[in-house]
Design a protein around this ligand. Structure first.
Ligand code: PMP
Ligand code: GLN
Length: 378
């Protein structure tokens, strides 16, 4: 046939979202907040629109925003990216990831992916003729099998995609793990796409280590981030990526023809908003309270879990409740019990992983409370 992606259907987030609406279910499926963002941010967008920032932004992104991003990265991670050559503003992290893949992957190139994985990586690889090479993370602890990773590297391996904090498991990669990766990649020229959209959402004693902090990874990585996650505006679709200039040069060759530039007023507003670092540094404690609230409310349920280390997703194991497969159970939860979540085999194309569902806790406490009440009754 003519399809370039014959095995791809409609994403799980769209199909579950529609089913949840049809059945008026409490929706803890797709990752987005159901509370409003800071009204000051809306005022900032309104203000810059009236100031006339309504035409094309620079192709690479508003320069002052790129400077602010560079300062933020340097302050948090000690790494210097030059705003002119090494930072590009993108239509969310999705476009950053897609563009990095499109810029470097040619037919036959292999790309290593750690599974379960967020769903946008593999189609982007396949569209460019690349071959996704899945490495399964540990089934309960999401540990990395370093030997498997090492053995997966061939002369055709062009890229590796890493996501920390990790969606859907909530795993946060430690410095030690990233240094292991650095050592394994050292003899290769594999490029890394580092999906760090949940960089500010980490809990307990966990710390987000950006790949930009690890020298042997920073010099081969695209660091992809999203303001949607950080400022509770997933619908605005603004993000950015940072990479050494020789990688960014190729990235921009694709970016300029795929989108040219990103929404101008939003970029201007984000630049002002980002000046107050407490707005993103406070995100951890904000979401830790939500995670703890949700988990406390699940105390009397039959679900089992380890509290997530980061992201706004919590995996719940339901094997004490039913032995149905996760897709069937997730469907029944919507239709019969009025609660929506994501079955995690959707992140696993290559194998089923029954018994585990993903719940988004970026929701009002009243929503989490109602959800927990239903879940405790199962
Ligand atoms: N990567 C991961 C791991 C995500 O969970 C998401 C979105 N929720 C994205 C990328 C996409 O981010 P954006 O909405 O900024 O495109
Ligand atoms: N990243 C969000 C999630 O994991 C979904 C974004 C999307 O729908 N593509 O729920």
């Amino acid at each position: 046939g003519r399809s370039k992606l014959p095995n791809v259907g409609t994403t799980i987030f769209t199909t579950v979202g529609i089913l949840a609406k049809q059945h008026r279910a409490i929706d803890l499926s797709q990752g987005f907040p159901n509370f409003e963002a800071d009204p000051r941010l809306f005022e900032l967008v309104n203000k810059v629109m009236h100031e006339g920032y309504n035409q094309y932004a620079p192709m690479q992104g508003d320069y002052s925003l790129r400077e602010t991003i560079a300062n933020k990265i340097e302050k948090l991670h000690g790494t210097v990216y030059h705003p002119e050559m090494e930072i590009t503003v993108t239509v969310g992290a999705t476009q950053a990831i897609f563009t990095a893949i499109a810029a470097f992957i040619s037919p036959g190139d292999e790309v290593i992916i750690l599974k379960p994985a967020y769903d946008c990586y593999e189609p982007a690889i396949e569209l460019n003729g690349g071959i996704p090479v899945p490495i399964q993370m540990g089934l309960n602890d999401y540990a990395i099998d370093w030997d498997a990773l090492k053995n997966a590297i061939t002369p055709k391996t062009k890229m590796l995609v890493l996501n920390t904090p990790h969606n859907p498991s909530g795993k946060v990669f430690s410095k030690n793990e990233l240094q292991k990766l650095e050592t394994i990649l050292e003899p290769t020229d594999i490029i890394v796409v580092s999906d760090e959209v949940y960089e500010h959402i980490v809990f307990d004693e966990n710390e987000h280590i950006s790949l930009s902090q690890i020298e042997g990874l920073a010099n081969r990585s695209f660091i992809c981030a999203s303001f949607g996650k950080t400022f509770h505006v997933t619908g605005w679709k603004v993000g950015y990526c940072a990479a050494p200039s020789e990688l960014m040069k190729e990235f921009r060759k694709v970016h300029q023809f795929a989108v040219f530039c990103v929404d101008h007023p939003t970029q201007k507003a984000m630049n002002t908003y980002l000046q107050d670092e407490s707005l993103y540094l406070g995100l951890k404690s904000f979401y830790q309270k939500k995670r703890d609230f949700f988990l406390n409310a699940l105390n009397s349920s039959r679900f089992t879990y380890s509290p997530c280390e980061g992201t706004y997703f919590q995996l719940l194991n339901y094997s004490q409740i039913t032995n149905e497969n996760d897709e069937a159970f997730a469907r029944r939860l919507i239709i019969e019990f009025g609660i929506a979540c994501i079955p995690i085999s959707s992140f696993n194309l290559n194998r089923r992983q029954d018994g585990v569902l993903r719940f988004c806790f970026a929701k009002k406490n009243e929503t989490l409370e109602k959800a927990a009440e239903i879940l405790c009754g199962l």
